[in-house]
Ligand binder design. Sequence first.
Ligand SMILES: [Zn+2]
Length: 333
Amino acid sequence: MASQLPDFIEPLSGGVYAIDTGFHRARFDAAYLIVQQGRAAFVDSGTNYSVPRLLQALQALGLARTAVDHVIPTHVHLDHAGGVGLLMSELPHATALVHGRGARHLVDPTALYMGATAVYGAEEMERSYGRLVPVPAERVQATHDGQTMDWHGRMLRFIDTPGHARHHHCLWDSTTRGWFTGDTFGLSYRVFDTDAGAWVMPTTTPVQFEPDALKHSIGRLIEADPQCMYLTHYSRVDEPRAHARRLLRLIDEMVAIGQRHSALSADQRHQAYKADLRECLLQDLRRHGLAERLITDGTADDWLALDVELNAQGLAIWIDKQAQREGSSARQG
Ligand SMILES: [Zn+2]
């Protein structure tokens, strides 16, 4: 059967499938389908434009739309949750399981859409995301830290994982001893795989990057002694402990970059952050054993450009928030 699956479906082990949502570029943005005793759950959805692939995946695996019990966005950023409303309109029995801070945004996506439009502009929003479909409130359930569920004999658990976003939870799957990590455990593009394995980098994107919280969340994921991590960008990585060490080190390096250049104008600072982030990541890729050819021929820059841009924005927002906080506590003190 596996040989007949469309090429955007990657069967992993233990009834877990990675589905390439097609968002932005190939092998960039995954949604997952977990299948247990003929029942199914999606983790993340990609955008509205990903929904046909997700429905096709059900069909290819011989699952009816009525077999889907849950749609579980890891957080409500649009590359993870933009398609949840449209997807659920096609899945009559599914409930959405979402972090408590994200629930209202599924029910009324107006604020989410406006916020993203402020960053990307109306034209880009239409092209990349389309109109967000609200989910009826009675089909949305908020999760809480430590919540467990016995899903047809498969034990699942949620934990609250702030640091990338305050509306982020991660899902533990006891069957495969893996976490569905959204963006909390960083990003790993398959183009950067080497003999040393996968390369994982943290994300500091806007607007809720909080390094201390992120490091704490990564520590909690590792405490469960996982065997693998299911990243949205992109797919499963093994050896979580080694990746966690790299993530913690890179978070510190990125924070140090954020603390430089404070004397520059906003635009100069943004350019300086971008240059430093690029250098930091390329240096680490070299350390990881990436073929020099992939750096000199522009492949690495091609894959990193979007993250370098967004991480520079996120660092600036975090630094400015800190400065405001220090300023207001100094005035109060
Ligand atoms: Zn995100």
